[in-house]
Design a protein. Structure first.
Length: 212
């Protein structure tokens, strides 16, 4: 059963990459920021290549590795779950479980968002003011964009978080593989998404200040 779940990412990625028909043209760079108001006329829907690149970055990219290392280190120091040792061997078990869950979650999101014709990328706000930009970062964490640029509920994102949390329960130690544990992981994961989008929204201000 575990082998079947771990093989699923390869099958879904191959299906997305092998869809019939010529790929749509890539978007102009830089991509115009989005807004919850009027749709930006320069918006271009995500391509299959961009979906696969996003999957790689979210699964084994620098931010994914850093997040996994931090969370795994905290779990190891807290000896959670206690069935795994609080040493390097236990650290490796926790890291392996986390990357497996991340891969499953991102693969489900890839497959569902492709089928639902959703663009799960984050787009910067076009509005000014801290409150409006903060609202944009928080609200769009729960939304995706359709081919016409309008917003819709991010079905793929939530399917990935729910599926990854519950599937990972099948090989998590008994002390942490209950339904309530999976629900807590879903909430924590959604919180990370919101927080990361807020950092992306306001982090660009710091990057602009550093430019000569």
């Amino acid at each position: 059963m575990k082998q079947a779940w771990l093989a699923a990412p390869i099958l879904i990625c191959a299906q997305v990459a092998g869809q019939n028909g010529p790929p749509p043209p890539p978007p102009p760079y830089p991509i115009a920021p989005a807004t919850l108001g009027p749709v930006a006329t320069s918006y271009t829907f995500i391509t299959r290549k961009q979906r696969l690149e996003r999957w790689v970055i979210k699964t084994v990219g620098p931010s994914a590795i850093a997040e996994a290392a931090l969370a795994t280190g905290i779990q190891t120091m807290r000896d959670s779950p206690y069935e795994w040792d609080s040493n390097m061997r236990g650290f490796g078990q926790r890291a392996g479980w986390r990357f497996a869950r991340l891969g499953i979650s991102n693969t489900i999101e890839l497959g569902v968002s492709s089928a639902m014709r959703e663009d799960p990328r984050y787009f910067y706000s076009q509005e000014r003011g801290f409150g409006r930009r903060l609202r944009h970062a928080v609200v769009t964490s729960f939304l995706a964009r359709k081919p016409d640029g309008s917003h819709t509920f991010a079905t793929g994102r939530f399917a990935g978080k729910v599926g990854g949390a519950f599937i990972a329960n099948t090989w998590y130690p008994p002390s942490n593989n209950h339904k309530i544990d999976a629900l807590e992981r879903i909430g924590t994961s959604m919180g990370f998404t919101v927080g990361f989008n807020v950092l992306r929204e306001f982090g660009r201000d710091l990057r602009k200040k550093k430019r000569p």
